[in-house]
Design a protein around this ligand. Structure first.
Ligand code: J81
Length: 283
């Protein structure tokens, strides 16, 4: 894999809650691949940098300008949605989520996207130069989309943010944060006994934590044999940009001896971690 160009998408998420006609809040966050780079809390005038390299290659003036555009956008968005809610008789409370971003490819190419979800379902996207309904969007949305498309100034701004600003920010972030993005952090692993799944049965737990990047392989084994009944949890985030995974196996109490947990991760360079279940702990 070394030497081959890797792509790291840059994603911005906006979460807007409309509780009733007067109470709303909007929060924003941005991620480069697995790392959160920015946070924009409701009511805050400025976008918070979460990494020393979150400025990318933007000048202070470029950040000023971007923050100004986004500040105007946030209050206009809230007002627009409240007006749409009246026009379309939408019942409070409701949630809107925006997901926008881009990915820069070698040779100045890039791809961008902007999707909007209403109550968790994708309803609108920005495609090229227009707002468009999602394939199964409800019909009532067409009136909102018609209104949105009348605003040529906003369409031009969205287009320029997606096709110029986003890739420029993303490639600057990529350059500045490359070593952190490409770092390898080794997992630690430990075993424990979970709640008993039944009489004479044991739940063996293998915990793996502190690794980066996210892809990891963890299996309960008997010798060289994978145990297919191994149950894998979700890979969960730690607070320090590393990951955690718990993998369990239910076995008859008499069969726990001889089992081991094997961990493969890119940081280990082929030196898998192997932990053996201590038969004395379960007797
Ligand atoms: C309940 C219904 C749900 C329907 C789903 C709606 C999806 C909404 C998506 N729309 C938006 O995100 C845009 C919201 C704001 C926009 O409509 C404009 O009000 C706002 C201000 O526009 C005015 O000033 C601009 C200059 O500041 C231009 O002159 C414009 O012509 C004029 O109308 N527009 C902006 O703030 C532009 C920036 C958009 C950035 C979008 C990033 C996601």
């Amino acid at each position: 894999q070394t030497g081959s160009p890797r792509n790291f998408p840059f994603r911005c998420l906006q979460i807007s809650s409309f509780a009733n006609t007067t109470w709303t809040r909007t929060d924003g966050l941005a991620w480069l691949w697995e790392l959160q780079t920015h946070a924009w809390r409701n009511g805050s005038d400025s976008i918070h940098f979460l990494k020393p390299w979150s400025r990318g290659n933007f000048s202070p003036q470029q950040w000023e300008d971007l923050q100004h555009i986004l500040g105007v956008y946030r209050s206009s968005f809230t007002r627009d949605i409240q007006e749409f809610a009246i026009m379309l008789s939408k019942v409070y409370p409701f949630e809107l989520q925006l997901s926008a971003g881009c990915e820069a490819y070698p040779g100045n190419a890039s791809e961008s996207f902007l999707h909007v979800a209403f109550q968790g379902t994708h309803v609108v996207s920005f495609q090229g130069t227009y707002w468009e309904p999602a394939p199964d969007a409800p019909l009532w949305l067409n009136r909102a989309i018609e209104e949105l498309n009348k605003d040529q100034g906003t369409r031009e701004m969205v287009q320029s943010l997606l096709s110029d600003t986003c890739p420029q920010l993303a490639s600057g972030l990529l350059e500045a944060g490359k070593s952190e993005l490409e770092q390898q952090v080794k997992p630690k692993a430990w075993l424990s006994q979970g709640p008993s799944p039944g009489s004479d049965r044991l739940q063996l737990e293998c915990h793996v934590s502190g690794f980066y990047p996210k892809p990891v392989w963890v299996m309960w084994m008997r010798g060289e044999q994978d145990q297919p009944e191994t149950q894998r949890g979700d890979v969960l985030p730690n607070a320090d940009d590393t990951w955690y995974l718990r993998v369990t196996l239910d076995v008859a109490a008499g069969e726990a001896a001889g089992l081991s947990c094997r961990v493969k991760h890119s940081s280990l360079g082929g030196q898998d971690i192997v932990l053996h279940w201590d038969g004395s702990r379960s007797s």
